[in-house]
Design a binder for this molecule. Structure first.
Ligand code: ASP
Ligand code: MG
Length: 424
């Protein structure tokens, strides 16, 4: 029996008709049973769905947005399928269902649950189109609803995996199918015990690939990307970025923690626990080896630069001439936990606490209103968090130039600074 492999294709690898043709080309010689293919929503369609949700929350008319999103999918299909193909009514059907869901009442209380139900349509439509296109190309794959496999708690938008039940589903439902066919499924989505759709956090499809790999005891996971592998900086901003041929799990996990967007941060742990190697390879040059992330990789001392945009710098100043105490920190952290906001950087001084967060403005207002009795709160939007692992002096001078630094921190192997994000 062949060993189980997992392939994951993200939004960029299914963003238009040419991308789907390319994906089929990659699979043509690689398709076999015991292969699981995980696909994301097409291009930026998850962002488009988030925008629709935002408009709905603000009672704005989102009908043009939803029509545009439908047309985006239909127009990709017009380039790939004959006019009479059943994918066209299928897409229309998905959008009828989406609009039906959108018409239901939304409030701040049920927002997260509503969000997951709506946002999952991106993955469902995409996986349906990819499956039909592959079959049209004589590449037979079975379509699997990932929600029947991935069981989670009801922590909507950030659902936690129920490993035991997910493993059972993978072994009992997926494995027998895989023995005969390759299976194509969605990333990012799951289902709670009540049968409600949940999601694993934005960009969570990589994590799904890792979950399925761990539950199926796969021999490897391959994430197909628009970059040649894991680089020591974003090649779009640093053209001279260098490729890592190999990386250890810990080093890769550290890079994702600081914001390297090449792999989702939660992906590494389940793979490391099961010692399953992760390959990051280029869908543009599929014959290149890419990066192998595994147990026995040598330590890399190459400096790595990670830039994280859309950051918010918040400072909390005590107002009553006391100093910062543990109680202040735990008060702030407790509110952050309740709002599901996580801290990317923290610094305390005698009278203030500064934290850096991903920007989520509606939560910010709530945070401020709940803590303004205790602190004087100031914030800066549009910041960028710069992290350099294994930094060298000249590199930092080059990187930061004359930029105004709002907050800075250096530890043995890591340098971090917050500056105003540059427009590029
Ligand atoms: N489509 C989802 C997102 O964009 C999941 C993913 O792409 O990994 O967040
Ligand atoms: Mg995506």
């Amino acid at each position: 029996m062949s060993k189980t492999l997992i392939y994951k294709f993200g939004g960029a690898s299914v963003k238009d008709a040419a991308a789907l043709v390319n994906l089929a080309d990659i699979l043509r010689n690689r398709l076999r049973n015991n292969l699981v293919i995980v696909v994301s929503a097409m291009g930026k369609s998850t962002n488009a769905l988030e925008e629709i949700l935002r408009m709905k929350l603000e009672n704005k008319d989102y009908s043009i947005n939803s029509t545009n999103l439908k047309d985006f999918h239909l127009s990709i299909c017009r380039d790939l399928f004959p006019e009479s193909h059943m994918i066209f009514p299928q897409i229309k059907n998905y959008f009828i269902q989406l609009n039906h869901e959108l018409n239901k009442a939304l409030s701040a209380v049920n927002y997260d649950e509503f969000y997951d139900r709506i946002i999952s349509f991106g993955e469902l439509v995409s996986s349906r189109i990819v499956m039909e296109y592959l079959c049209l190309q004589n590449l037979l794959v079975l379509w699997q609803d990932a929600r029947e496999l991935v069981v989670t708690n009801s922590d909507f938008r950030f659902a936690k995996v129920n490993w035991e039940e997910t493993k059972r589903n993978c072994q009992l439902q997926l494995k027998p199918k895989l023995a005969q066919f390759p299976v194509l499924t969605q990333g990012f989505i799951g289902r709670d015990r009540q049968g409600k759709t949940t999601t694993l956090g934005r960009e969570g499809s990589d994590f799904t690939a890792a979950i399925l790999a761990a539950c199926l005891q796969a021999v490897s996971v391959t994430i197909w990307k628009d970059v040649p592998g894991v680089l020591n900086a974003d090649p779009k901003r640093f053209p001279s970025a260098q490729l890592f041929d190999e990386l250890g799990y810990a080093q890769a996990a550290e890079m994702t923690y600081y914001g390297a967007s090449v792999i989702h941060p939660k992906t590494i742990k389940p793979l490391a626990n099961s010692r399953i190697p992760l390959f990051v390879r280029s869908f543009v040059d599929p014959d290149l080896p890419g990066t192998k992330i595994h147990q026995n990789a040598p330590i890399q001392n190459l400096a790595a630069i990670i830039l994280k945009r859309d950051q918010l710098l918040l400072s909390f100043k005590v107002t009553d001439f006391t100093f910062i105490e543990e109680r202040h920190i735990s008060l702030i952290y407790e509110k952050l936990r309740q709002l599901k906001l996580s801290v990317n950087m923290l610094q305390t001084s005698a009278i203030s606490i500064s934290i850096v967060l991903d920007t989520q403005l509606f939560k910010l207002q709530q945070l401020i209103s709940e803590l303004k009795g205790e602190f004087e709160i100031k914030y800066n939007e549009g910041m960028e968090l710069v992290t350099v692992l294994h930094p060298q002096k000249e590199l930092l001078v080059d990187l930061l130039g004359e930029d105004e630094i709002f907050l800075e921190q250096t530890t043995r192997n890591t340098f971090q600074a917050v500056r105003k994000a540059k427009i590029s």
